[in-house]
Design a protein around this ligand. Sequence first.
Ligand SMILES: CCCCCCCCCCCCC/C=C/C(=O)SCCNC(=O)CCNC(=O)[C@H](O)C(C)(C)COP(=O)(O)OP(=O)(O)OC[C@H]1O[C@@H](n2cnc3c(N)ncnc32)[C@H](O)[C@@H]1OP(=O)(O)O
Length: 282
Amino acid sequence: MTAPQTTRKQSPIAQAWLIMYNVAMTAGWLVIGLGIVNHFYKHRTHKGLYRQVEKQLLFFQTAAIFEIIHAATGIVRSNVMLTTMQVFSRVGIVWGVIQPVAQVHNTEGIPMLMVAWTITEIIRYLYYTFMLLGTTPYIVVWLRYSLFTVLYPLGVSGELLSIYNSLKPVRDSQMYSLFLPNQLNFSIDYHIVLIGTIPFYFIFFPQLYFHMFAQRKKLWDLDLRLLPRKQTDSSILDYLIHVVQPIRNNCMQCEKMKQCCVYGFYSSIVFLRKKMKYDILD
Ligand SMILES: CCCCCCCCCCCCC/C=C/C(=O)SCCNC(=O)CCNC(=O)[C@H](O)C(C)(C)COP(=O)(O)OP(=O)(O)OC[C@H]1O[C@@H](n2cnc3c(N)ncnc32)[C@H](O)[C@@H]1OP(=O)(O)O
């Protein structure tokens, strides 16, 4: 089964670039994923994990900056603000927190964010690639619009934990900081800057998270076949509603309609169906 295709037509050059980009990003994150699995298999600990995949992670996470360019130039329909937030936070974490602060490398936040990012990106870029090729396997759509419910909180917790773990080493080393007096007559305390980023997570993460739920619902409404459980429920309810519908039409002409159990049965199905948010078929 394939998902409904809604991707708009791009120019052939843009389309070729996007296919190349998405294939390269899928492959890159797959390599990172294999590195993570290999590390856990060999060492059974998250210690040393960052060093194992450092180069690939720096490269492919940084390459996500193209996503902001894609959205800003309009070659994809992603929301520019949300994409910028997402990419900016992750590139910022990698280059501004993890890479320069060695004390963070072996802390618990690292496996959390790496696992969340890696699974998300393999599926996301695979999804985009399939969309461009015009056929997306149902399982890829389902994974993209379901796993984020768990992976987003996991990734964001890993990021916040990494920022938290970097605070003491950054304060002690006075990294990237400039104190008065100096010739520029300007001061910046990187420790305070990092603390200042934390509230932004509480402002922007809910927006990103609920945006994904909205996208999921939109796609779901577009094609009710997307989720098997709902599909079954929907078919049963649809079947019942279509069987009972003609009886109900007769009921409408009957004086005793309100007391009639057939009409009551019909109404409960309609109610149940509305409750399950299948209003669009009514
Ligand atoms: C020290 C620095 C700190 C900074 C502090 C900032 C605070 C910020 C707080 C936020 C923290 C977030 C951190 C993130 C953590 C994680 O990622 S954890 C892992 C879980 N993550 C996810 O699940 C990511 C989910 N998000 C997305 O998938 C989305 O991409 C998005 C970023 C939310 C944007 O969504 P949206 O605008 O809806 O766009 P898309 O659905 O992606 O795409 C829209 C259409 O464009 C097409 N498209 C997009 N990209 C491509 C592409 N590369 N190639 C081809 N096509 C593309 C896509 O197919 C869609 O097409 P249509 O269907 O035709 O609309």
